[in-house]
Design a protein around this ligand. Structure first.
Ligand SMILES: Nc1ncnc2c1ncn2[C@@H]1O[C@H](COP(=O)(O)OP(=O)(O)O)[C@@H](O)[C@H]1O
Ligand SMILES: [Mg+2]
Length: 234
């Protein structure tokens, strides 16, 4: 059996990838989609601490690269609603464990996310997956199905993250107070949320500035990953 060594993860510096990519408009979503259709599946994994800006970035990437988005928290919310009870006045009562950050609902959502990711990548689909920590299991199943993994680590200045988490406590998000408390206790440091080394490509996006996130580095990374899958398949 011939085994090939996976290259070490490379950080896509916008400049370097732009050089490689001269002559191609990487911000053209329909062109990227067209190119990706001929490549092996590329999984864009978006990770980062709560409040880093993952959902904002993952949605922008999905829109601008034209990919489906798998979101762990959406799966978790669905699980919560499916097991909720309804009060006589119509108020939805979620089961107590739903409100535990990293609790059983989060774990079950992660399992379902992995099952769906496996099916998609085995079907040859490229897609975006958003979960705070990209596990080695997720990476392994993508590689087992011959997919390429582009990790996007979303980061923001701690002061910005704190402001965002505080805002969520007033928006009534179920786990907001726990997340803020964990953050203030220093339990949400960057290495916890960093992508695994097995990722084929890594992009770091800092959202501290706010506003509409610039996802060009991810588009460049996606384009570079397409080129790599062509090279590998000769
Ligand atoms: N450029 C940006 N990128 C990401 N988030 C931003 C940006 N500007 C503002 N935000 C705000 O930061 C908050 C947290 O973002 P969100 O995407 O929900 O983070 P996460 O999914 O990592 O918890 C949101 O209220 C979002 O609107
Ligand atoms: Mg989110």
């Amino acid at each position: 059996m011939v085994a090939w060594a996976r290259p070490l993860p490379r950080t896509v510096s916008g400049q370097a990838a732009a050089e490689e990519d001269r002559g191609n408009d990487v911000t053209d979503a329909s062109r990227l989609r067209e190119l990706a259709a001929d490549a092996r599946p590329i999984v864009v994994g978006v990770c980062g601490c709560p409040g880093a800006g993952k959902t904002t970035v993952a949605s922008a990437v999905a829109d601008q690269v034209g990919l489906a988005r798998l979101h762990r928290d959406t799966i978790k919310n669905g699980l919560g609603v499916s097991t909720a009870t309804v009060d006589p006045d119509g108020t939805l009562q979620l089961p107590e464990p739903f409100h535990v950050a990293g609790g059983p609902f989060s774990l079950q959502a992660e399992t379902i996310l992995q099952q769906v990711a496996r099916l998609l990548v085995q079907s040859g689909c490229s897609f975006v997956v958003e979960t705070s920590v990209l596990t080695s299991e997720l990476l392994a199943l993508v590689h087992a199905a011959d997919g390429v993994f582009l990790a996007v680590e979303v980061v923001a200045d701690p002061a910005v993250v704190e402001t965002r988490l505080r805002a969520r406590t007033t928006e009534g998000e179920a786990t907001a107070h726990q997340l803020l408390a964990q953050f203030l206790r220093g339990e949400m440091t960057r290495p916890i949320f960093a992508p695994p080394r097995e990722a084929d490509w890594t992009v770091v996006l800092d959202t501290s500035k706010g506003g509409v996130p610039d996802v060009t580095p991810v588009q460049l990374g996606f384009r570079a990953a397409i080129a790599e899958t062509w090279q590998r398949s000769g």
